[in-house]
Design a binder for this molecule. Structure first.
Ligand code: NAD
Length: 245
């Protein structure tokens, strides 16, 4: 990935941060995007220690102008965008009867609409360069469903359909669009689960343990690499055997 330019959203913590570090280790110049002002700078420091030209922008992915500015500045600095990892994501869990419209809309805006916006913005430069790798972070629950997560599951299933459609639209331009669907990965998102729920999940994972952000980062790096050039519209499951696609 030497000299490739990669944008990673939600890169200030959890999976996104480890993905950014991993891509940097493989030689990419990484642009980190997140809405967490202090943590994004800490993450940038870590990434710059490996890939000094890397950059970070504080941006809420639901803000069209913020995303547009980040893409503009990325193109001004590097003149290209080779890889986009749409990783930013949130949960606002509740059973459907108690789910507010605000929680539905917020999750869809962060997890899905932002991907539509950012992908549209980076497609032009990718098409011009006739090269691109887009990796969208879905979730195992996007294919299995999960009670209490109708908004989150709809967004993650939406990403799979979105990715397949765009993959078809731009396959001829040497741009691939794939998903990575993590199972249960030890991050802040799963820390929020109560111990009983965690135990119940662990008992269902054939490998008997939660995955690590590194497990996901390796899968992302593969799909973002030149060598994965004949794979598009796919979903790569990283879940310890919890679900087999
Ligand atoms: P996390 O909470 O540790 O990280 C989420 C990241 O997204 C943070 O950097 C946060 O700043 C960023 N983010 C959230 N809202 C944003 C916004 N409006 N604008 C910009 N950035 C925003 O969570 P994680 O576990 O690392 O999750 C990363 C991705 O992986 C998410 O899309 C999540 O749905 C997905 N995922 C996680 C798991 C898991 O078990 N942890 C499983 C399946 C899928």
């Amino acid at each position: 990935m030497r000299d490739r330019v990669a944008i990673v959203t939600g890169a200030s913590s959890g999976i996104g941060r480890v993905v950014a570090i991993h891509l940097a280790k493989l030689g990419a110049r990484v642009v980190l995007i997140s809405n967490e002002s202090i943590r994004i700078l800490e993450a940038l420091e870590e990434v710059r220690a490996i890939s000094p030209e890397s950059e970070a922008f504080e941006a809420d992915v639901t803000s069209f102008p913020c995303l547009e500015e980040s893409v503009k500045l990325t193109l001004e600095k590097f003149g290209r965008i080779d890889i986009l990892v749409n990783n930013a994501g949130i949960t606002r869990d509740a059973l459907l009867v108690r789910m507010s419209l605000a929680d539905w809309e917020r999750v869809l805006a962060v997890n899905l609409t932002s991907v539509f916006q950012l992908t549209r913005m980076i497609l032009k430069p990718m098409m011009k360069a006739r090269y691109g790798r887009i990796v969208n972070i879905s979730s195992v629950v996007g294919v299995t469903g999960n009670p209490g997560q109708a908004n989150y599951v709809a967004s993650k299933a939406g990403l799979v359909g979105f990715s397949k459609s765009i993959a078809l639209e731009i396959a001829s331009r040497n741009i691939t669009v794939n998903c990575v669907a993590p199972g249960f990965i030890a991050t802040a998102m799963t820390d929020a689960l109560n111990p009983k729920a965690k135990e119940a999940i662990l008992s269902r994972i054939p490998m008997g343990a939660m995955g690590s952000p590194e497990d996901v980062a390796h899968a992302v790096a593969f799909l973002a690499s030149e060598r994965a050039g004949y794979i598009t519209g796919e979903t790569l499951h990283v879940n310890g055997g919890l679900y087999m696609g």
